[in-house]
Design a protein around this ligand. Structure first.
Ligand SMILES: [Zn+2]
Length: 243
């Protein structure tokens, strides 16, 4: 079964489900009843990130303005496929899967959950912010109130893919402003992928400057290669496509 057929089955699932099985969008094998998007086998294949790696990642972020960091998955080929489908093929229900997978690891002591604002040009093109969708689903599960009005991206930043860590920090500097009441609030800030953490850290910086009490940043995945290989100034090689 080719990819077009897979897409066709997914889109017309309510009509075709009695004649065509719904298939996993990663391996294209039929899904068991009740499963959606990705089969259990593919989902379980995505390597989980352990606490020692998160600690190391946090230590690599200079002048952290956040208090805690949570990362769920390794940016492996299965995750890459899923995030690509979510961002570029409009499979927005994948955000639900990611929201669920993150919710299991989130303590409940937050006043609100928000997401890193998308570049306005990209938001207009795509029509949605995938990180905000993930945050919304997480909010539904955890009951932590979702608020995507507290942060705004006030200038377009160039794509970070080919930039070094230092260039990324410079690229996102003063790119965000706080547009809501955050004083004394404990905030959970969501992004889909974390690499150097420059964007998330800049968001945390403005939120802290506006008086927020505590910031936890949470990302669905991180590419582990760039940290393990000490090639932090050559991120492009670690990232197979633009994130
Ligand atoms: Zn599969």
């Amino acid at each position: 079964m080719n990819f077009k057929q897979v897409i066709g089955n997914w889109i017309f699932e309510p009509v075709l489900s009695f004649i065509a099985p719904v298939v996993c969008l990663v391996c294209e094998e039929p899904l068991s009843s009740g499963a959606k998007i990705v089969c259990e086998e593919c989902y379980c294949k995505i390597p989980r990130i352990d606490k020692s790696f998160v600690k190391k990642l946090k230590e690599e972020i200079p002048n952290p303005n956040f208090d805690d960091l949570i990362v769920r998955f390794e940016f492996d080929p299965v995750f890459q496929k899923l995030i690509h489908l979510l961002k570029y093929e409009r499979f927005t229900s994948i955000a639900r899967l990611f929201g669920q997978s993150l919710a299991e690891f989130i303590p409940l002591e937050f006043d609100l959950v928000t997401a890193v604002p998308l570049n306005p040009v990209r938001l207009k093109e795509r029509g949605y912010n995938q990180s905000a969708l993930i945050a919304e689903h997480l909010s539904e599960i955890t009951r932590i109130p979702f608020d995507d009005t507290i942060l705004q991206r006030i200038r377009n930043t160039q794509t970070q893919t080919k930039l070094s860590r230092a260039e990324r920090q410079q690229n996102v500097k003063e790119a965000f402003i706080v547009t809501g009441k955050v004083k004394g609030k404990r905030i959970l800030l969501i992004d889909d992928v974390i690499t150097t953490g420059s964007t998330l850290n800049e968001c945390a910086h403005v939120l802290k400057a506006a008086g927020s009490d505590r910031i936890t940043i949470a990302a669905i995945a991180t590419p582990v290669d760039f940290l393990q290989s000490d090639a932090t100034d050559n991120l492009a090689s670690a990232l197979p496509f633009q994130i």
